[in-house]
Design a protein around this ligand. Sequence first.
Ligand SMILES: Nc1ncnc2c1ncn2[C@@H]1O[C@H](COP(=O)(O)OP(=O)(O)OP(=O)(O)O)[C@@H](O)[C@H]1O
Length: 256
Amino acid sequence: MHIHNVVFSHDGTRNQLDGVSASVQTGKITTIIGPNGCGKSTLLSLVSRNNKPVTGTVQLEQKDVIDYKPKEFAKKLAIVYQQNDIPPQITVEQLVSYGRLPHQTFMKRNDTEDNEAVTWALTCTNLLHKRANDVSALSGGERQRVWIAMALAQRSEILCLDEPTTYLDIYYQIELLELVKQLNADYGLTIVMVLHDINQAMQYSDDIILMKDGKMVAQGHPKDVITTDMMQQVYDVRVAFTEDAEIGRYMIPLSI
Ligand SMILES: Nc1ncnc2c1ncn2[C@@H]1O[C@H](COP(=O)(O)OP(=O)(O)OP(=O)(O)O)[C@@H](O)[C@H]1O
């Protein structure tokens, strides 16, 4: 996927994205990071074509994402938002099965394929035993996994996650990021996510897109992008780096 020089404004007065070019490598985990309000979620909204650039393009397999038919695009890319409204009185399995809608028409549906996809999505997210439970009765971490399961049932090649760890405690944050890593490793799923935690971004990403003020500042391997100079330049924070035998390089914020 290639993002070419996109410009976007939410309100027509100011460009929230100001000429962003970046790429997403197939089969890799790409994480968008940057300070509050720099345009991370807005960029993801263009990638998932919930918004259309004023100028510039987002291309998937050499085709502008805008030119895909909705169901065709849904088979290519699924997105999980930061906040999701739960329909009343819906079970885990029912909600996850909504992910199959792009594969169904009024005249045609393949029940076997749909059931297999839903069971697979529930298994990946460790929710099989909760399939009959009401979604509103689940914990925050479980609920987040249900939305991911719904996106997985869509069987798309790319999974976009907008701040998937927000509202989760540290245990569920790690659980979720391990799930993302496993989905990428086991099924070759391309992941594009927005994270705030720099150390988690370093640990779980193949590629980082670093943004500031609606612009892309750098893209590349975590160790090349997340440096003392970049953290000072982009976040105005003085940091140091150290090594851990298990997780490798990690960052320590020192002062503002
Ligand atoms: N619907 C909207 N209407 C007007 N302005 C918006 C809208 N959504 C976002 N913005 C503005 O666009 C800018 C970028 O917002 P965006 O949510 O993309 O940033 P972000 O980097 O994801 O921020 P955060 O880390 O705080 O979630 C911000 O200045 C925000 O106020």
